[in-house]
Write a protein that binds this ligand. Structure first.
Ligand SMILES: C[S@@+](CC[C@H](N)C(=O)[O-])C[C@H]1O[C@@H](n2cnc3c(N)ncnc32)[C@H](O)[C@@H]1O
Length: 480
């Protein structure tokens, strides 16, 4: 931590030092408050380049261990780390949520007393910001009347400027074709209400020549040179643009095309692109199935968390494959059957209880899980997507989901015109766990003759022996 902080003091915009320090802060846990950590966390919140989502984990720990026993409102309102955390990081800690709920109630009472201390007003604003980030997923309290305190409890009817802007942008986004597939229509309807994810901050990333990096990771890939022009990147199922904007701002010389069923999601991404001054990105509305209607091909594609939401994921894969030039890399992310056993149980319980996919239904689901009433689902609290309305809806209330095994992946890829290059174990994660150590090391010991680690039959055998091997499937293919 000291070395990264020193590097940042010398070169404040050094992405590698920033990412390294954020990874430390993300994992930092202490049994008692630690001044050095608090200072480093406050510095991270003052730095637009930092990953506030990641450092939020370390901040939550500092807040929890330093929480005043009497819950003193004035002391908490004076805690800059608490205010920054509430405004900038989504809380993902059940113990801290309980403390924050008590604080919310005390703050509301102070506001309703008529003469609130200024500290309560600051806290109320920060708690309202947290409610906006978690889309009011915390429990409702109907005794709180509409007015200043209500923003901490429920969505507000005032349409914020950015939402107005998104509505305007949504209407402008060109469509490749009307959406006719019935599953695609219901998936679109879901993301129109709950665009995924409602992210708020774009951390700085290292610039990367993605093709060179993939050739280093997968040296058995065919080294095809597309010439000096921009790398055309297709992002099918782009969602709200978090992943595409990271790609557009960090991949060398890239021109990104986003495609999604949901106009609301794309408009969110388009607004964020303008906010961050990112211009090498285009947004298109439509179904992956209609990609051939675009009449063009791409040099590279990334499609994470999407194909398992189609009625026929393989039809989606074939449409993407047809839109790629020979030699193009395709990075895919798909749900795993073993990793999602608990989600399958949740989906069954939700269905049996008839919980609707509304804010009230989502809140009721959380109440049952957090209170222990649905004890077997408690491990869901460990999932990053448990903590806001759109994340939770995507996690447990989805209208359509398929799950894969390595064996299903083999059949999925066979005859698609795509060659499997290998799994990735650390993409997307903000370097939290060194997951790569396990599966890749295991493969290397068991199948010494296959240095490429790309034989799906071998991976299938490993998965049979060790069912928890994959947290989901992130992998790279190359168009033949
Ligand atoms: C879980 S979100 C993932 C968003 C983004 N890829 C990410 O990783 O953050 C799934 C997205 O895929 C989109 N999607 C699902 N099926 C699609 C289809 N057939 N055509 C285009 N987009 C689709 C949804 O509208 C939604 O925005």
């Amino acid at each position: 931590m000291a070395a990264y902080r020193q590097a940042l003091a010398l070169s404040p915009r050094d992405a590698q030092a920033r990412m390294g320090l954020d990874a430390v802060l993300e994992r930092a846990r202490t049994p008692r408050p630690n001044d050095l950590l608090r200072t480093a966390l406050l510095e991270a919140y003052a730095d637009d380049d930092a990953n506030w989502d990641a450092v939020g984990w370390g901040a939550a720990n500092q807040l929890a261990v330093g929480w005043p026993a009497n819950g003193d409102l004035a002391a908490l309102a004076a805690d800059r780390l608490l205010l920054e955390f509430l405004r900038k990081s989504l809380n993902r800690d059940a113990g801290l949520e309980r403390k924050l709920l008590a604080l919310r109630q005390a703050t509301a009472q102070a506001l309703l007393s008529g003469t609130p201390p200024p500290a309560a007003v600051d806290l109320a604003a920060a708690l309202a910001e947290q409610a906006r980030m978690n889309e009011s997923i915390w429990p409702e309290d109907e005794t709180i009347p509409d007015g200043p305190a209500a923003a901490m409890y429920r969505p507000q009817s005032v349409v914020r400027l950015e939402v107005q802007e998104e509505r305007r942008l949504a209407a402008e986004i060109p469509a490749i074709a009307p959406i006719t597939d019935t599953v695609s229509q219901s998936v679109a309807a879901m993301y129109e209400v709950n665009p995924y994810p409602r992210w708020t901050h774009l951390p700085r990333r290292l610039r990367v020549d993605v093709r060179a990096a993939l050739l280093r990771d997968f040296p058995h890939a065919a080294p095809i040179d597309f010439g000096g022009g921009p790398l055309s990147v297709l992002m099918p199922g782009a969602g709200t643009g978090q992943h595409p904007l990271t790609v557009a701002s960090s991949y060398e010389n890239a021109e990104v095309t986003c495609l999604d069923l949901s106009r609301a999601s794309l408009a969110y991404g388009k607004r964020m692109a303008a906010k961050h001054g990112i211009e090498n990105i285009t947004f298109l509305n439509g179904d992956i199935l209609d990609l051939p209607k675009l009449g063009r091909t791409f040099d590279h594609a990334e499609c994470v968390g999407v194909l398992h939401h189609m009625a026929d994921p393989r039809a989606g894969l074939l449409a993407i494959s047809a839109a790629l030039r020979p030699g193009a890399f395709l990075r895919l992310g798909l749900y795993g059957e073993n990793a999602r056993t608990i989600v399958v149980k949740a989906r069954r319980d939700i269905e049996a209880a008839g919980l609707p996919a509304t804010l009230a239904g989502l809140r009721e689901f959380r109440r049952r899980v957090l209170s222990g009433e649905w004890r077997r689902l408690r491990p869901l609290q460990e999932w990053e997507d448990f903590w806001s309305a759109s994340l939770l809806r995507d996690l447990c209330f989805h209208v359509q989901e398929h799950r894969f095994t390595v064996s299903r992946l083999r059949a999925f890829l066979a005859g698609s015109g795509l060659r499997f290059l290998g799994f990735e174990f650390n993409v997307g994660a903000s370097q939290r766990a060194d997951a790569s150590a396990g599966p890749l090391a295991l493969y290397a010991t068991r199948f010494r003759h296959d240095r490429t680690m790309s034989d799906l039959a071998n991976w299938e055998q490993l998965e049979r022996e060790k069912s928890g091997l994959f947290p989901g499937y992130a992998f790279v293919c190359q168009k033949e």
